[in-house]
Design a protein around this ligand. Structure first.
Ligand SMILES: Nc1nc2c(ncn2[C@@H]2O[C@H](COP(=O)(O)OP(=O)(O)OP(=O)(O)O)[C@@H](O)[C@H]2O)c(=O)[nH]1
Ligand SMILES: [Mg+2]
Length: 465
């Protein structure tokens, strides 16, 4: 994907639109000389001081384009580890683009994320920190920001490196045992190996568990509103968002395509999905909508299963309610695990006071989009859900699927090593499993990386970062 990494590159690094200033970045061996060739007064590159701003006029041939400030950073003391210049011009796309076009006469346009890729390749940061830059740019809540900053500080990298050290230590002892198996050298005993493997496994399990929290903090908690047609999914969706987003009507099958909107609940990002009511249908479009509901259910972190209070009124007691609920779950929801499903009785305004009291006694969540009854307890439920992992944020969480799947693979390799040990097939096989765990962890921080991994990470960045 990337063209030559020895080229000098340039890009507009500030967002499009009008503002006080715009920033253009140039990185590469000739960055400073190239910028100096376009500005007046003429400055001698040998006299330029690092990290000091210079005022200048930027010209394309004889044509004045803008008055600018520029700052030079010398390799390796820059973001990319190369010579780097930042030009601040007036915050107008039209002007910034002309400066960029002029620079492109002697430089090449940077690919998305190429400045950060170069920082990684020049050992300015490991892959987790590079990804933290991406997360920070995307952060929409305080928690995502905090988690990204902790990762940028290198907390995840440190955790991974500590586990890698433990693995390396064990690997060396195993190798020693293989080499001196016939001799009278003090070699590590099997139960000591097992102890160490279990300790490493525990660290990996802990790390894997932070992955769930990390993904939710960065990508948001995905909640799907699901139920039969007309139970009030779209009405509740609108109420939670506090806007008329979805069409509501008393005709069953109103919602076809799913809708998605995000809210921040006390700094926690939640992404709500309103879906098509699930039922047997012969309507082609409705069926396509129902297929999408099922896809969304499979991807959701939580499924709010809405029930209509009018139907609950016909279930004379709690055991009937429970039977009805379990039938409904079997019928509607096939693609998620039981613990993700939260049943909610909607239209609680239609319940008789006696039944309502009974349901509340059984801790069943009730709500009404008309009276707004129960919305506070729904929010309290969600805040409680978030509180279970809030304290982990500053400690360096796993923050994306790539990292999570590498940790899971490392964990599997250690489990495999423990099994191999139990089968007593020989230490050399354990050493093989341990080496594989190590390789998976090295992938996370980028000690081992392929073009494919790097492409996937940096293609999501914007140009100029
Ligand atoms: N009494 C009462 N009526 C409600 C409540 N919520 C929704 N309704 C009514 O129920 C009907 C269906 O509401 P929707 O929100 O469109 O239901 P839905 O589940 O999205 O339906 P589909 O999109 O067809 O699957 C509308 O007439 C709403 O006004 C509620 O809390 N109380
Ligand atoms: Mg609807």
């Amino acid at each position: 994907m990337y063209q030559s990494l020895s080229d000098t590159i340039s890009a507009i690094s500030s967002p499009r639109g009008r503002g006080a200033i715009a920033i253009i970045r140039i990185s590469g061996e000739s960055a400073i000389d190239i910028v100096l060739s376009f500005v007046k007064p003429t400055l001698n590159s040998l006299k330029i001081k690092p990290r000091k701003s210079y005022f200048a006029r930027f010209y394309d041939d004889e044509q004045l384009i803008d008055e600018v400030l520029f700052t030079c950073y010398f390799a390796p003391h820059s973001y990319t580890g190369e010579n780097l210049v930042e030009i601040s011009c007036h915050g107008n796309d039209f002007i910034a683009s002309q400066i960029l076009e002029t620079l492109l006469k002697k430089t090449r346009l940077a690919e998305p994320g190429e400045f950060t890729l170069r920082a990684f390749l020049n050992h300015k940061m490991d892959l987790t920190r590079a990804e933290a830059v991406g997360n920070l740019l995307m952060a929409q809540t305080k928690k995502a920001q905090q988690a990204s900053l902790a990762q940028l500080e290198g907390k995840l990298e440190k955790k991974i490196n500590q586990i890698l050290e433990d693995i390396l230590d064990l690997r060396m002892q195993c190798e020693l045992a293989i080499d001196f198996i016939e001799d009278e050298v003090d070699i590590i005993e099997n139960n000591r190996i097992e102890e160490k493997l279990n300790a490493i496994l525990n660290l990996l399990l802990k790390l894997e568990k932070t992955g769930r929290d990390g993904l939710i903090i960065h990508e948001g908690l995905k909640i799907c509103l699901v139920g039969e047609p007309n139970v009030g999914k779209s009405s509740l969706f609108n109420k939670i968002l506090d806007m008329d987003r979805a069409i509501v009507s008393d005709i069953p099958g109103t919602t076809r395509d799913y809708l998605e909107e995000a809210i921040s609940l006390n700094g926690n990002l939640i992404r709500f999905f309103d879906t098509a009511g699930i039922r047997q249908s012969n309507d082609i479009i409705e069926k396509m909508g129902i297929d999408r509901s099922n896809q969304m259910i499979a991807q959701a972190d939580l499924v709010f299963l809405l029930l209509d209070a009018q139907i609950i009124m016909q279930t004379p007691n709690i055991s009937h309610y429970q039977a009805y609920l379990s039938d409904l779950q079997d019928k509607l929801i096939k693609s998620t695990s039981q613990e993700k499903i939260i049943p909610i009785i909607n239209k609680s305004d239609l319940l008789s006071p006696a039944l309502k009291a009974k349901l509340i006694d059984h801790k069943i969540i009730l709500c009404s989009s008309i009276t707004e009854d129960g919305l506070d307890s729904l929010k309290a439920y969600l805040l409680n859900y978030f509180s279970s992992f809030a304290h982990e944020i500053d400690t360096g969480l796993i923050s994306n699927v790539r990292q999570l799947s590498a940790v899971s693979k490392a964990k599997e390799a250690i489990i495999q090593a423990i099994n191999t040990l139990k089968m007593s097939t020989g230490i050399e096989f354990i050493a093989f499993d341990i080496a594989s765990a190590s390789a998976h962890l090295e992938e996370i921080i980028g000690k081992i990386s392929t073009d494919d991994i790097l492409n996937k990470i940096f293609e999501n960045f914007c140009i100029g970062k």
